[in-house]
Design a protein around this ligand. Structure first.
Ligand code: NAD
Length: 358
């Protein structure tokens, strides 16, 4: 019996979590779920979007399956997702982007893995608001020490990238490649412009690569990488990126294999692991039984692998692949025409996956 923390999240979260939970249970693996609430909708009840019991539960169970959580833009609380990753030190975000037959895609050979650093970079949350005395002081300090000019009406965000943080994420990417029989690791930065943050990432990545002579290594600039990915994604395998580029490139890669509805993910640290899709809470679809549960179900499939339930994981992946290949009981986004009246709802697609598991 495994004990797993279950975070339904908000927006479409509860619907896709319900679908994923039912599919995982149908594999026969025995899981005791501990359900905890987080997100905008529990603010009133707990006066915080991330109540202590969420972190306590993950610390106790070590593993969580999570639905997406809304983050207000510009104002309001900081992202619960970012807080979780930072507080549990979930430093590696792993996002496999694999083509499943039947999905609409111009890139049927794609099988990429994005390994995104999850704790540093512009996501570190070190921000100074425009007009605040502390920001003015910071600007003055930088102007004097750095011999540069910054417009006085600027807001400032800081981009820290460390040797230790880079070393562990690049080592993670190489170890992932080794364990999963992958041949190449590509590090991706903008080292030509940001020499002391991205440049450091590139140098450390090159250094780490020397420990893995059996795995091919190369570096690409992020702008070139984006073009390469839309032209010839089959040339790439595992990519390792600082936080912000990793976020953007994972959405790009999700697009290559049929969109956010089919892109799963995992946030892994030394002690804890939280599995969640790449997509967000798509609030406009909340409660409509409309969106694709595949990304959440495949996140659960990766969780089963992490729990060493490899047979159950393979069976679940095959069931998902079979339903997508048939193309009948699938949600609107997997139909050739998005207005196809034969598209089924979130719940019905999960039912069909469960049928295939029987
Ligand atoms: P989103 O991923 O929620 O939605 C973008 C679009 O992608 C949707 O409008 C929809 O067309 C499509 N889409 C997403 N999931 C789908 C699914 N399962 N099936 C079919 N189509 C799907 O991105 P957004 O609109 O930028 O963000 C909405 C909210 O989610 C924001 O508050 C954002 O901060 C949050 N967010 C949370 C997480 C997380 O919890 N890890 C990740 C990303 C965004």
């Amino acid at each position: 019996m495994h004990k797993v923390t279950l975070i339904p999240g908000d927006g479409i979260g509860p619907e896709i979590i319900d679908a994923a939970r039912r599919c995982i249970e149908a594999t026969g693996v025995s899981i005791e779920w501990e359900i905890v609430e987080a997100g905008a909708e529990v603010m009133e009840k707990y006066e915080t979007p991330l109540p202590d019991q969420v972190l306590d539960s993950i610390k106790k169970n070590k593993v969580a399956l999570k639905g997406p959580i809304t983050t207000p833009v510009g104002t309001g609380f900081r992202s619960v997702n970012v807080s979780l990753r930072k507080q549990l030190d979930l430093y590696a975000c792993v996002r496999p982007c694999k083509f499943y037959e039947g999905v609409k895609s111009k890139y049927p050979k794609t099988d990429l893995v994005v390994v995104r650093e999850n704790t540093e970079d512009l996501y570190a949350g070190i921000e100074f608001a425009e007009g605040k005395p502390v920001t003015k002081e910071l600007i003055r300090y930088i102007e004097v020490k750095g011999d540069v000019k910054i417009k006085p009406d600027s807001g400032v965000s800081i981009k820290p990238i460390s040797v230790s943080g880079t070393r562990r994420i690049v080592e993670y990417a190489f170890e992932y490649a080794k364990v999963n029989d992958r041949n190449k690791v590509t590090s991706v930065t903008k080292a030509n412009i940001m020499k002391h943050s991205d440049g450091l990432f590139m140098k450390v990545a090159e250094d780490v690569s020397k420990k893995y002579p059996e795995i091919e290594y190369e570096h690409k600039l992020v702008d070139n990488m984006c073009m390469q990915l839309v032209q010839k994604p089959e040339l790439y395998d595992v990519m390792v990126l600082p936080n912000l580029y990793g976020d953007i490139v994972s959405d790009l890669c999700a697009g290559l294999v049929g969109g956010l509805g089919v892109a799963p993910g995992a946030n892994i640290g030394k002690d804890y692991a939280v599995f969640e899709p790449t997509h967000g809470s798509a609030p406009q679809y909340k409660g409509l039984n409309k969106v694709n549960p595949t990304a959440e179900i495949l996140s659960g499939m990766i969780m089963l692998r992490h729990l060493d339930e490899k047979d159950a994981a393979n069976t679940l992946e095959n069931a998902v692949a079979a339903v997508i290949k048939e193309g009948k009981a699938v949600t609107y986004d997997l139909k050739p025409d998005r207005d196809d009246p034969t598209a089924v709802g979130t719940k019905e697609m999960a039912d069909e996956i469960i049928n295939k598991l029987r």
